[in-house]
Design a protein around this ligand. Structure first.
Ligand code: FRU
Length: 457
């Protein structure tokens, strides 16, 4: 860690300085992974957005390049907002992105590589036909953004989905095209949830029925299900559902109706938003990027000179046992960053015990831990929280005792445990007598100035 920049991470993607938000158009091209990202080249606060651009051979070590797209046309002077990359059939990537005009109108636009033989794809040219899409009737001009990667249906035509809200009903519009340039609105939407507000950064992709293999975005077939992900502007979380996609009606139907897209599953319960996945043809996996905006105030960001990071990319695949949810794991490349290994096995945790992991001092730690807990069906509820009391991570933090928990890690701790951040589990039984596992973090005893990292179980 550089002493002058103690909170910059070593593992996560961050541009050298200034503001970053959503990951945009991640892809693999001619030997390099590309990551574009919402970037303000002029400061550490949101605004004046461009497409920042970085390339990497391993998704961990990045070379930051010049922004790929800047707002220089009437339709994007207000900002080059989020979007996606699609590969044409000849293998050339194209960018579809949202432009923000001076009057705040949002339109969808295209850019193509100036020189497709350059593996870095440093220069992009905006289409002379931009804007390709303007908001349809009944949609407010400021509620029409973030085109998805296009997928191909049986007859060879393309589809994209774009998030909007009509009144307060969030929905996924579908557009159709033969040439990726001229788009026509489908009359049916992919999905809608009344009252859910604006939907941002839609992601829509197929998943294989079994195994960890990822599928290219246009993969079709009777055993293929799809994932629809919505970034909810109202509560700033990424929700998803696994479901079936009907190419003819454009309808997406969640496998588990109770897990509709919103109020259903979240990718992550921490700070993880505006995520975007892509198919990695090298390792045949689907990789998910997500933006983590930290908890700093604007004044702190300005003082630091930078703001936010991208979460470690994850491989995602269908949980074939349940069929309605995904399993996620950090990309395997992460292991290559590990240095000194400190391990401890077979530790029995008594109630209230704290065990220091000796030798685990360092600027950044990568921790793998497996907990085994007793058979919950044999628990007598004579102590701890009442049976029917649902657990709330944000209430009382890690200090409250329950039947099974909290147990977990204390990191960023000092010797006296005055300062600590608890990452903990809590297992509780809900009213319907189902067991649930909560994974929480408690930052109430985190000292912003303290940069040591001791680890305890
Ligand atoms: C999501 C978002 C997108 C938009 C971009 C602008 O965080 O609001 O909907 O395109 O950020 O930076």
């Amino acid at each position: 860690l550089e002493p002058e920049a103690p909170f910059r991470t070593s593992f996560h993607f961050q541009p050298p300085k200034n503001w970053m938000n959503d990951p945009n158009g991640p892809m693999y091209y001619k030997g390099f992974y590309h990551l574009f990202y919402q970037y303000n080249p002029w400061g550490a606060v949101w605004g004046n957005l461009t497409w920042g651009h970085a390339v990497s051979e391993d998704l961990l070590h990045w070379l930051d390049l010049e922004p790929a797209l800047k707002g220089d046309q009437w339709y994007d002077v207000g900002g080059v907002w989020s979007g996606s990359v699609t590969f044409r059939l000849d293998g050339t990537p194209i960018i579809l992105y949202t432009g923000l005009a001076e009057d705040l109108e949002q339109t969808q636009n295209m850019a193509v590589p100036d020189d497709a033989s350059d593996p870095f794809l440093r220069k992009w040219v905006k289409s002379s036909e931009n804007p390709l899409l303007r908001h349809p009737d009944g949609v407010y001009k400021e509620d029409f953004r973030d085109p998805s990667t296009a997928w191909q249906v049986e007859d060879g035509s393309w589809r994209i989905t774009i998030g909007t809200q009509v009144e307060t009903d969030g929905m996924a519009l579908v557009y159709k095209s033969r040439d990726l340039l001229h788009w026509e609105l489908e009359k049916n939407v992919l999905y809608t949830i009344p009252g859910s507000g604006m939907w941002e950064c839609l992601d829509f992709y197929p998943v294989a029925p079994t195994g960890r293999r990822g599928l290219d975005t246009s993969t079709r077939g009777p055993s293929v299900n799809h994932v629809l992900k919505v970034s909810s502007y109202n509560d700033q979380h990424d929700y998803y559902a696994v479901g079936s996609y009907n190419e003819v009606t454009q309808a997406f139907t969640p496998v588990n109706q109770e897990l509709g897209v919103l109020y259903g599953l979240q990718y992550d319960y921490g700070k993880f938003y505006a995520s975007k996945s892509f198919y990695d043809p090298v390792k045949k996996r689907r990789i998910l990027w997500g933006w983590s905006n930290e908890s700093d105030t604007e004044a702190q960001d300005i003082a630091k000179g930078w703001a936010s990071l991208q979460a470690i990319p994850r491989t995602v695949w269908l949980d074939s046992e349940l069929g309605d949810n995904l399993i996620q794991a950090p990309i395997e490349e992460l292991k290559s960053l590990r240095g000194v290994k400190v391990s401890k096995a077979e530790v029995e945790l008594e109630a209230g015990s704290i065990l220091r992991i000796e030798g685990s001092y360092g600027g950044q730690l990568d921790i793998e831990v497996t907990f085994e807990y007793p058979d919950v069906s044999k628990v007598a509820f004579k102590y701890g929280r009442p049976l029917d009391d649902p657990f709330d991570c944000s209430e009382g933090g890690s200090a409250q005792r329950g039947v099974f928990g909290p147990f977990g890690l204390l990191v960023m701790a000092d010797d006296a445990l005055q300062e600590q951040t608890a990452l903990f589990f809590y297992i509780s039984q809900s009213k319907d007598r189902q067991w649930s596992t909560y994974f929480c973090s408690d930052q109430s005893r985190l000292d912003q100035l303290f940069v040591g990292l001791l680890c305890y179980i």
